[in-house]
Design a protein around this ligand. Sequence first.
Ligand code: PLP
Length: 646
Amino acid sequence: MAKKRTLQRWSADDAAELYGVHNWGAGYFDISPDGDVLVRPFGRKNPVAVSIMDIIRGMRDRGLNMPVLLRIENILDTQIALLHDSFRKAVKTLGYRGDYRGVFPIKVNQQQQVVEAVARFGTNFHHGMEVGSKAELFAALSQLRDEEACLICNGYKDEEFIELGLHAVRLGFLCFFVVEMPSELPLILECAERTGVKPLIGVRAKLACQAGGHWTASGSDHSTFGLTTTQIVDAVDLLREKDMLDSFRLLHFHLGSQLSNIRDIRDAAMEASRVYAGLVKEGAPMGFLDLGGGLAVDYDGSRTNFISSRNYSLDEYCTDMVEAVMSIMDESGIHHPVLITESGRATVAYYSILLFNVLDVSRIADQGSTLETTEETVLPDDAAESTRNLLQTLQGINLRNLQESYNDAVYYRDDIRRQFLQGKAGLRERTVAERLFWAIINRIAREKGKLPHIPKDLTEIDLALADIYYGNFSVFQSLPDAWAIGQLFPVMPVHRLTEEPTRQAILSDITCDSDGRIDHFIDAGQGVKNTLDLHVLKENEEYYLGVFLVGAYQETLGDLHNLLGDTNVVSVRVGEDGSFEFVRELRGDSVADILSYVEYDPRRILERLRKAAEKAVRDGRIQPAERLLTMQAFEDGLRGYTYFER
Ligand SMILES: *Cc1c(COP(=O)(O)O)cnc(C)c1O
């Protein structure tokens, strides 16, 4: 709820607190004294900042319409550097005698721009890639240029996948096959023998340790991938039999994504270390221990083990991982392995922001506002009994009877609705009753704040009274996890933050699906709330909202609900002096693009429309010159953006 400040003016600091920017922003986001959201692309320690509104103005001038997915390239660089710095620090402090290598799991964001950016900046740290399919392998091979970077092949592999990987080894890539299914190993050995290329083999361990959360089924005993310890020992025996045990180089596990509780990850790292030590004792050379993904993002800023958060910092994660592995290796008298992690979410989440404008607002509560002060409202003589009772209820509201008034209002309103269904009350009658009902609810909403203890029914009134803000975007296309698994993302206006937001709202997208909405919001580190504080729209001025931390998993899970397509994408790079450059832009799908995805041929659509237009000319409904205009409109329409354009 917006703070009631009568004496002091609402300031950018109040907004920062309300929206929790400093809790979830990880130092990348802030609010300027004049009320715009700022991006700090180099993180906390560097004062360089760019206003998102300046970037939006730049987009507007270039004709890039909302919605836009904005990528701040430097944030990706900063995140990769942070990950490596943290691991280096932990390695140094603890005296770990192995290297750290990060890899980027391509599935988290496969877009070429993203993979290219990771590969380019990653060379500073030998940051590699993790792939789970043949197509992802090609994506990685096309971008990776660093022979010391690891290329990890996970996922179910057929013969072709394996051969492609072996060719990559031939070209000098440090390419590991991670055996996910027992049946893959004989296939790898067969291909290796045929091609004469020596493979680097790893196995994925199915651990007994589990973690809680949405995404963690992949870590449990029933996980679809990975080898049990029995199967791992069988693999050792097979490799030894084929005289290939010297190819066994890596152990991998992946517990799941967004692991909120550090204990889960630590326990898994310990168990995996034991398996690793066992393999070394079996005579496998090993050398690499891959701790998988799971490093979580604190979406709500609460720093808890809540699913949208994490109860640890990056430094703690790195220290815990290094310490866990080291303690077991030392105990077993084993060389410290190269540590690999496959952090995807934490690497890319921060760097993309979905921006959209608000098209309209529906204010449910306003239905009663005209009646609120008119307690002397005179009802027509033939008004129904229940309508009269509603008026009486409105006139009789006081602090002691709020709950009772609420119950009465619902009862009488429902009665009128029933009568309407039975044909006993007319449309006007029902409208008068509905207005009175909302007038009562509005009054209760205002009065209830004065109560020491608010009954549950009455707290829910706020949600019923929430405005609906219609945003120019599609939840299904741009925020699939918000729809599918109810994931929380920080949402807030990116400007006007020195004005107090006075409305409580939920967000609707422009699909006509009732699921196309956002009605769960982060509550400044205190959990979840059902409405978002927003400003009243201004005449002739756009109102821009941003959904933050959307760089991981959202882009390729999206679907074409209502045939709303990919949004425009703009990549910005910020200089050390705070200037910024539009380094790349991708136009979103046109209407024709989208139609062709679902098997229409835009040329044939035009052909049909041309025939229909010609027939209209023949039938005398339009003139040939009008046919020209109509056809131009259709052609422009097919070329146009799939979202709302002003
Ligand atoms: C998805 C996945 C990852 C990425 O996990 P994050 O939690 O996003 O870091 C890493 N490794 C494997 C094998 C995966 O399937």
